[in-house]
Design a protein around this ligand. Structure first.
Ligand code: AVW
Length: 250
């Protein structure tokens, strides 16, 4: 009898205990009201669970994104490449100015997480998953490509992108910004792209960098381009001083 009870107990526990990953997903999700987080968790899992972790296509996340679609927020949408910390440090304080993908429900729920499934298992794993470029169709990379595409698809008005002056190729064709987002910027829905080059002491490039010519050429005809070199300290100052108007930050 005791053995039977222990077995039943273990099974019940196994069915009800949430993994740390699921708890993180749900608790981050619940900070946004109006969504059924358990439903989103189920749709999320369906994209990669019980699959070879190198065989999760970008489209696998379409049902998830359809259930929590990105809202167009004209003139406030912020893109970035290799400037994650500066951008999020800023947008966390100035939600009145800009929204990034990582400030939306799905972006914030999955930010900085790693996950994958395994053939023959209904579990979510957080270790032993393929690295970002280990195989193309890995669960993490496919999610960020799918989400970035959907976020760029609804961009409108004047959009902003923060690029890094501390790297050799601020507009890198391999980046999500260049390969997924810029190609979806369409006139007349988008009027203007404002590039902010984040300049630190160690800067090696700025708005004059040749890769930005490629950005200009990649832009849909009809979208105006601008670029400004802005020091990291000025961006931080604007984050710290809500009295500075968004339009006066740089
Ligand atoms: P990024 P993107 N390993 O700074 O233009 C793990 O290069 O590509 O900028 N994760 C990675 C790797 C890697 N090697 N490379 C990229 N990532 C993930 C969404 C990681 O989460 C927004 F809308 C890293 O923080 C931006 O406009 C993120 O991709 C645009 O995509 C960005 O890498 C930035 O993509």
């Amino acid at each position: 009898v005791i053995v039977v009870l222990i077995v039943i107990g273990a099974v019940v526990l196994g069915l009800t205990l949430k993994s740390g990953f699921e708890s993180t997903f749900l608790s981050r999700c619940e900070k946004f009201s109006q969504y059924d987080c358990k439903e989103l968790w189920d749709l999320f899992q369906q994209a990669y669970v019980n699959k070879d972790p190198c065989n999760v296509p970008v489209e696998a996340y379409n049902p998830l994104i359809a259930a929590a679609p990105f809202k167009p927020q004209c003139n406030k949408m912020m893109f970035w490449s290799k400037t994650k910390d500066v951008v999020h440090g800023f947008t966390a304080k100035r939600k009145d100015c800009f929204v990034t993908l990582e400030d939306t429900l799905l972006g914030s729920v999955l930010d900085d997480l790693t996950w994958c499934g395994k053939e023959g298992s209904k579990d979510t794993f957080t270790t032993g998953c393929p690295g970002w470029s280990e195989c193309e169709n890995n669960p993490v990379r496919s999610f960020w490509i799918c989400a970035s595409a959907a976020f760029a698809d609804v961009a409108c008005g004047d959009v902003t992108a923060m690029l890094s002056g501390s790297i050799n190729t601020p507009f890198n064709p391999e980046s999500i910004f260049a390969s997924v987002e810029v190609p979806r910027f369409k006139s007349p829905r988008i009027k203007k792209l404002d590039v902010v080059m984040v300049i630190q002491k160690n800067a090696i490039s700025n708005c004059n960098h040749s890769s930005l010519k490629n950005l200009m050429q990649a832009l849909d005809k009809g979208i105006t381009y601008s670029c400004k070199d802005v020091s990291k300290s000025r961006i931080q100052e604007c984050g710290a001083k809500p009295e500075i108007a968004c339009g006066a930050c740089w």
